[in-house]
Design a protein around this ligand. Sequence first.
Ligand code: ADP
Ligand code: ZN
Ligand code: ZN
Length: 745
Amino acid sequence: MKYANIIVNISHENLDKTFQYIVPEALMDTIAVGDYVTVPFGKGNKLINGYVLELTDSACYDPEKLKEIAAVKTDSRLVEYKLIRLAYWMKERYGSTMINALKTVLPVKKLIKEKESKSITLKLDERSAAERLELYARKHQKARERLLKELISEKELDYRLVTGKLNITAATIRAMEEQEILTVVKKRVYRNTADGETEGLKVKLNDMQEQIAESIKDDYARGIRKTYLIHGITGSGKTEVYMDIIDAVVREGKQVIVLIPEIALTYQTVLRFYKRYGDAVSTLHSKLSDGERYDQFERAKKGEISVMIGPRSALFTPFEKLGLIVIDEEHEGSYKSDSMPKYHARETAMELARLHNASLILGSATPSLEAYYRAKNHEYELFVLDKRAKEARLPDVKVIDLKQELKDGNKSMFSRELKRLMEDRLSKGEQTMLFLNRRGYAGFVSCRSCGEVLKCPHCDVSLSEHKGGKLVCHYCGYERKTDKACPKCGSKMIGGMRAGTEQVEAAVKKMFPYASVLRMDADTTKQKDSYERILSAFANKEADILIGTQMIVKGHDFPYVTLMGILAADMSLNAGDHRAAERTFQLLTQAAGRAGRADIPGEVVIQTYQPGHYAVKCAAAQDYEGFYNEEMAYRQLAQYPPAGHMLAVLVESPDEESAGRYCEALAESLKHDIIKGCYGRDVRLIGPADAAIGKINDIYRKLFYVKSADQGALEGVKDSAEEYTDARKEKGVRVTFDMDPLRGY
Ligand code: ADP
Ligand code: ZN
Ligand code: ZN
């Protein structure tokens, strides 16, 4: 006898259980995990559909009472099988219902009518095109100018790429077609990457790139599958290396998933892939409708595309013959999901690669501590690219001590040096970017005279200021009254930092009334495509100064930027969680890498109250290794990941009292088992505490952390917590888990 555990395909939380069925004789040899089946359900034996999650030889219930599977519905088991296995792995690792895990990996089924694929070609000859371009520039017809410029250089452009990423309206295209400037044509079908047509677009890899690419391709050809980490500074040519390896994998008839942070999924990046792979490449992004996403997934399943580029959810592209996964900017926080299961794309990709027998390449200028730690432990193979591919000097970085500025009587948010350099750039017609580092800002308190930051005595993270003059630690709940004067130097200049992008904009306009300024933050990018619009405008030299949050430091080339000012390097240093220094180092290093990418050398000014902090010093010196060593020592001391593992358990409820009570009781119950040694010896529970954001949308949030060197032990704790919550459901109370969280709660 064979039994199948089946999850019924209904999105209802209470059905998050497997039901056991007997596998009938006729299906015995063919049924497989992942199959989509029909089963009789409930008293009325209504026929419903479900997925096979597990096959066993023994029954968990009385076999007399079990029913038989009615039929297997599909035979495309390969992809579903792997996706379901992956969902199961995600549920086990990260904690979630199986339904939620399945919803994460399986696309929502929504059909849209298939759009005809179209492209746009230039109708004018070279001279008239150039004349027309001048005319557009004179008349400030920016959209037309942008499109014509691209057409002149590319000859043919994908219609969807133009209306999407290039942000040109259909009306504009129509108008230009009527004026006989361009033609919209039905697309040539399928440009194969192996047919030599793309040869001309390849750069010749330099020796360092070649060595990496050859080594990985050689492994691939010999059937060796593993994870590689390419540590390469910005502009060192990582993307060219990826593409060279992708060529080899695609030539074998295999498929490739390329993950890029959403924010870096700009026109420039996507175009590079389109140029090389034509119709064989497709992109996903979060603004696609369910129907469009489903359409892309269907194309992938039918084998119509070979390369899928997208943010973390592109990992679930149903490729039948996945050969390679690439994760660019591997350290990016957006690779971790915010909703259950709170999976990390890096780990999930490792599991997916294992299921498909595929290779995984990670790339970053500032690898996450996790990835680098594993590379050092030889779990990943490490490659280094430490020179820029094109001749371009690394920028000159100055660190300015804001405490000194204050001592010298300068209370403005701009140091004298930064102001002088901005003036200089304005007079030369070169561009400046001002980066306000507010990432993860959680209301820390610091001294403007000596730079001291108030920290938790138990957790070594910054305390956060709450209403009523309280200082709170969001890891352990430690709490005390805020200081009136600095405990170190006695200065009264103590308090939170509150500068926002709007204040910066106002200050810049006051200082340089004649300068044109663009601002990019959550407010100015609410509208669809406004992000891309602001970046293109700035890249086209339509403004002198761009002010923004971390959005401006990623994924876009600005050839005329020769000055980068980092206004408050400290803000993200004191975010109140154990990754604050890592994030700061990454942001500062990336921001510094933005200046002077073309032939003009760039300058970077880092303004900070903590010029001696290793994250600031190492970023200024572009010293990754130095940063890694210091940071790893801290993580080891406190057993923070990757030195150990950490599980965050978040309890939410609209009723504060029940959130608190439930959280306490759950923590107590787990503590009890921990003390008994149920999960091994080295497991510690920290908290409960109020979350950093204690209330969101009138939902109260309490949490605790569990730490251990052994991830398996934490999975055990999580399983017990799930059992506890399953047995004690309380109205309005929701419990979620985050394994190795990337941020504080
Ligand atoms: P990264 O991904 O590391 O930031 P890219 O692959 O985007 O680097 O390369 C940066 C720039 O250098 C790109 O314009 C790319 O076309 C160019 N480039 C990369 N490798 C080479 C090479 N071997 N020869 C010439 N140009 C190169
Ligand atoms: Zn002080
Ligand atoms: Zn603490």
